[in-house]
Every structure is written in C-alpha cells, then in structure tokens.
Design a protein around this ligand. Sequence first.
Ligand code: DGY
Length: 420
Amino acid sequence: MNLDEQAREILRRNDKGGYTVPTHGLYPYQWNWDSAFAAWGFATFDLPRAWDELDTLMSSQWDDGMVPHIIFHKSDPGYFPGPEVWDTGQTPPSSGISQPPVAAIMARQIWATDRDAGTERIKALYPKLVGWHRWWHDYRCTFGPAAITHPWESGRDNCPDWDIGMADVDGSGVGEYTRRDTGHVNPEMRPGKADYDRYIAMLQYGRSTGWDQAKIVAGGPFLMADPGITFMLLRAHEDLSAIGRELGQDVSEIDSWATELRSALPLIWNDALGAYDARNLRNDAFAGVLGSGAFLAYLAGAGNPKLDAQLMRAWDAVNYGIPSADPESEIFDPRRYWRGPTWPVVNSLIALGLTENGRSELAERLRSETADLIRKHGFYEYFDPVDATPCGGADFTWTAAIWLTWAGNETENAQQKGAA
Ligand code: DGY
C-alpha cells in the first residue's frame, strides 16, 4: 500500500460513524480540532463524509455557543478523565472547555474543493460556526487576545508557554485517580504527574461552578492569553467572514471581532523575547518562552522580520520541522509531547500561512521535512525534531489527514511516493 492509501485507510479505520477518533486506545472519543483536520483529510476522497464530520462536531454545541474539546459519544473506560469526571450535564456528554477553533478554516478549504456540492452543507453549518466564534469573542477575548482557562483548551497541552500559569495552580488536593494515557504510550512522551494533578484541579474547579464560563474566567485557577489560539481564531474569523459574504450574509459582526482581535496583537508581542508570547492574564507576566504558537502568526498574516529571525533560528537548530519549544532553551525536551517535538499538524498550518505570505520556499522545506518523518516512520502523532524518533500515538488521524491534503503533495518526488 502506498502512503496515500495508508492514510485513507487510517481515516476509515478511525471513523466511528459520523466522527473520527484521533487514534485508537489513547484518544477514543471525538476531539474538536482533530475532527476538523479529519474533515479536511476526508475531503480529498469522500466529500460527503468530510461534511458529516463537521456536522457531528457542531451538533455538540452548547446553548451558549461553545463547541467542547471532547465529545463522549460512547463511553470508553480506556480514557481518563471521562464523561463522569467532567460531569457537564450535556447531551451528548462532553468536556467543559473548548479547543482551537479551526473548523471554519477547514470548512472553507473543503468548500473550495467543490462549491456546488458544498453550498447546502456550509449553509447549514454557518450559523453554528458564527455562534461558536461569538462564544470565543464574548467568553474568551474579554482581555483582548484569546484566553484559555485550561492548558488543554490550547491544544498544546503541556507546552512551556503555560508553566508560569501552572505554577499558581494547586494540584495537591485532587485525590486519587488513575491515568490511562500512560498505559497506551511511553510515559516519557506524555505530560508528567505534577502537570496532571493540576489539569484535574482545573477541571474540578470548572465542575464546581457548574461550568459557568464567566465564573471560570473571573476566578478560575488558570487564565492565560494564548498566541496559538489568537492566531487560529483570527484566521478563522476571516475565513468565516469570507464564507458568509459568499452566502450573501451580513458579516459586519464577524469583521468587528477580527478587527478587535487584530488590534490586541501588541498585547502578546514580547519585545524582550523578539516574538509573540503567552501571557498570564492574572498578573500580566509574559511566559518568556518561544513556542510554535508564535509561528501560527503567519496563518493570520501577522509575521514580521523579528519573528522571521526567531523562526529560522529555532528551525535551523533541529533537523525536522518546527519544534514546539525553543531547541536552544533549557526546557527543550525533544520527545515530551508539546515541550519540543515537531507536530505535523502544526507544521501544516504554519506552511499554509507561509505560502499565503509569499514564502513558498520555506513552506516547501517544511512540507518536505514533515513528509520525510512520515515516510520514515509512519503516521505518528508527533516526532523528535532532532533524530526523527516517532512519538505518542500511531496511525494518527490528523497526521494521515495532513498527508493527504498537504505533506504528501510532492510534485518532484511523485515517483518516490508511488513506490513507498
Ligand atoms: C489528553 O487527554 O491528553 C488530551 O490531550 C486532553 O485534551
């Protein structure tokens, strides 16, 4: 089987009927941003299935507009913390936080593959997407940039960006629990125990408020501005506005959210670091660490020469892809989840931004390095950017998806790919 066929096979195997799990075992439910990437991948060979994925995702929307980060369609004892721990009282059961709002970005890409076939589908999704973006604006952008109330909301769970906020979270009283993730993959590639205690403490706080998002923002144990979500949301607002205009809708409200968010970017620019930086919204302190979230700026057309210099420094210090944390800093840990590894899915978003900003040579370098990793080791969740060691879950949905939409599009190496 060549790699295209393998990638399609992974999507089909991870398809649970209307939604796709990120990978079997480690992540047995529907995850929000994974699902949007799955839809993008399906669009390369099964367009109706791509739209179904987004429909299922958006059908989990809460009354306040939030689209949760995990949707627990069918109970699975192999995952912790499951639906009874979150206890959100929603149908279908879900977690109580959100995740990077990339669905509108993917919906626009998918629609572009076949306008006629997609028009009715995107029309049905549009009001739900607007509702979710309004939720981000009303509940998470009250300080300007997009804020997260839990590191899992960022999608970049344990990246060093959150260390200063995590230091203020007391995880000592969470009680006994059994992790499941470390039974599925090498514990050295996962967040540590102290991190997990704090993740659970934040969850318990949210649950104690009855998942009242305003209360969580006002008084929760963790609130940080996230450059990654800020850029993805900004880009998604602009894509949603373009979709709305094509559908003949009044998009002035969406445009006003985008303008406000763009004008908040100086608040996450740390001149001392020479990059966009996460910020603790409880005391305004910058994280002072360079992470891959900063490079998502290109996706929102917010690059600049100083950021370019940081990108090249961090990238040239490794061999494969953009590292999730600064390879020249002491905290760099090349195989531990978001503390160093390169993530094919993030590379795909950064490359999209680079291409659109006229940097196609850099985008091609990123594509070819990401393709090398997949060709060497398969569709892993993430990789060591120094020696290419495959990490985390195998046969991963979003890695297969971005192979089909982006990394596998190797015009010059087409023959090699066919032979793989
Ligand atoms: C996990 O369980 O590790 C997930 O990333 C949370 O979203």
